[in-house]
Ligand binder design. Structure first.
Ligand code: UDP
Length: 241
């Protein structure tokens, strides 16, 4: 369409779990990665939106689960951060295969496989039309990739965070347990934090709140949603205010 984009620069957060085929023992489904790459290509085709991507690692490993079994939390978290690098490289490979120029910048130096995260270089890649995948989370244990998305959005001056996940928005109670759970089309940061909605962690919410970056939470399972979100259509739940 010819109307100007609602968001000039966006950060897309993909949960690691979303890369796994439900019921499969494979951590990454090449078919799902390809579907995401096609959607990203379609969404970026008009050429008026700059995109950074943060991928989680939950399809391989979550630090908190390992530390619950007695492992040192920081060590467990580094494993999780490395998992995000595998997901990021897989996504980069597929995006490039589909003609989307793309670089991976890792918060943990790994120069044989990825650039190191350097904000000003990331800025330049985005301005030159390349997708930047931010791998290895924040590079610090005790954080999440949701917080990474909020942090990168803040430092890259993004206009929005899109959280593509396994649920289609924020509910007033768990929709899997309560059939009468109500989905919000819009909810405030304050409510998300004070009512402890579990869809994102409080650190991520508060970082976006402080930096006035709205979050759109939507279902990655529905084909076309990435395109809809990047084109500025109202889907899922908008968190702002
Ligand atoms: N992680 C971390 N610091 C970060 C980001 C991630 O330590 O800045 C670790 C943490 O152990 C986390 C794991 O990486 O559990 C995978 O990330 P996350 O759980 O956010 O992935 P997702 O749920 O989005 O798949």
């Amino acid at each position: 369409s010819s109307s100007p984009p609602r968001y000039k620069r966006a950060i897309l957060k993909l949960s690691g779990e979303a890369l796994r085929e439900p019921g499969s023992t494979d951590n990454i489904s090449p078919e799902i990665v390809e579907r995401i790459a096609r959607e990203v290509r379609e969404a970026l085709a008009p050429g008026d939106v700059q995109l950074g991507i943060v991928v989680g690692g939950g399809n391989f490993w979550r630090g908190a689960s390992a530390s619950a079994r007695g492992m040192d939390r920081a060590t467990a978290d580094y494993v999780g951060m490395l998992a995000t690098v595998m997901n990021s490289l897989a996504l980069q490979g597929s995006l490039e295969h589909h003609g989307v120029p793309c670089v991976v910048q890792s918060a943990i130096e790994m120069k044989n496989v990825a650039e190191t995260f350097i904000r000003r270089k990331a800025e330049r890649h985005l301005n030159e039309g390349r997708v930047v995948i931010f791998a290895a989370g924040t590079g610090s244990p005790f954080f999440s990739t949701d917080t990474t998305a909020a942090l990168r959005a803040s430092e890259m001056s993004a206009n929005v965070v899109f959280k593509a996940t396994m649920v289609d928005g924020v509910y007033d109670s768990d929709p899997k347990k309560n059939p009468n759970a109500k989905k919000f089309s819009r909810v405030s940061f304050h409510d998300c934090i004070s009512k402890q909605f579990k869809v994102m962690d409080a650190t991520a919410f508060s970082l976006c709140m402080d930096n006035h970056i709205p979050i759109v939470i939507f279902d990655l399972g529905e084909v076309g949603n990435i395109t809809r979100a990047l084109r500025g259509e109202s889907i899922g739940t908008l968190v702002n205010g």
